[in-house]
Design a binder for this molecule. Sequence first.
Ligand code: AR6
Length: 211
Amino acid sequence: MSAYAMDLPRDKEYFVDLHIGDPELVRLIRGDITKYHADAIVNAANSQLLPGGGVCGAIHQAGGVAIAEECARIRSERGPLSPGQAVATTAGRLDAKFVIHAVGPVWQGGNDGEPETLSGCYRESMRIADELKLSSIAFPAISTGIFGYPVEQAAWVAVSSVIEGLRFAKHLVFVSVVLFDKSSLDVFASAKTSRRPPVSGNPYKVSIGTM
Ligand code: AR6
């Protein structure tokens, strides 16, 4: 099936797999990332690495205080993170080995380098996970909540960035983007990566699964 003309199931839970290589896979799926299994779960963090609201608050709440304690130690050692940067901590009680805290851009209208910064979040998180020799990573839709990044525009940045990240990774083979609501999944699943083609330009197969 073409990556650009998909019929998405309307009444069923579904996921979309982008077969980047063998076994490299990107999965777009609906769910609560705090209940998702991956070697690394990515947090849409703030510069201060404080437990905030949104997915960040949910990750800290589900993972327990050990995550906030390690965040506080990192903050005192290196100061606040800039947008686009990321750092790994324990995952506490989450079903993961690490949480990677990535600071997304606050949407300013789109002419303030937001796409590059958002892409940097995905690429830097994957670089850290690959350095930790992890094979799987799960992202939320960074910046599309409290930080106000329009989902349609975030989707193609996210999808093309994780595809590129996989092509450079040595250990990572499975990337999930876990969308909290169905409308975000529909937008991500329809994302046209043609505006920013993968580095190698290789086509990939797309499959849809239902649950
Ligand atoms: N699982 C998956 N996705 C979720 C979950 C969840 N449990 N909960 C929310 N989302 P946001 P941001 C989605 O606001 O825009 C925090 O206070 C949500 O629907 O969590 O990067 C931080 O500390 C949305 O699509 O992150 C920062 O200060 C996406 O996650 C600031 O908010 C991101 O929404 C970061 O804002």
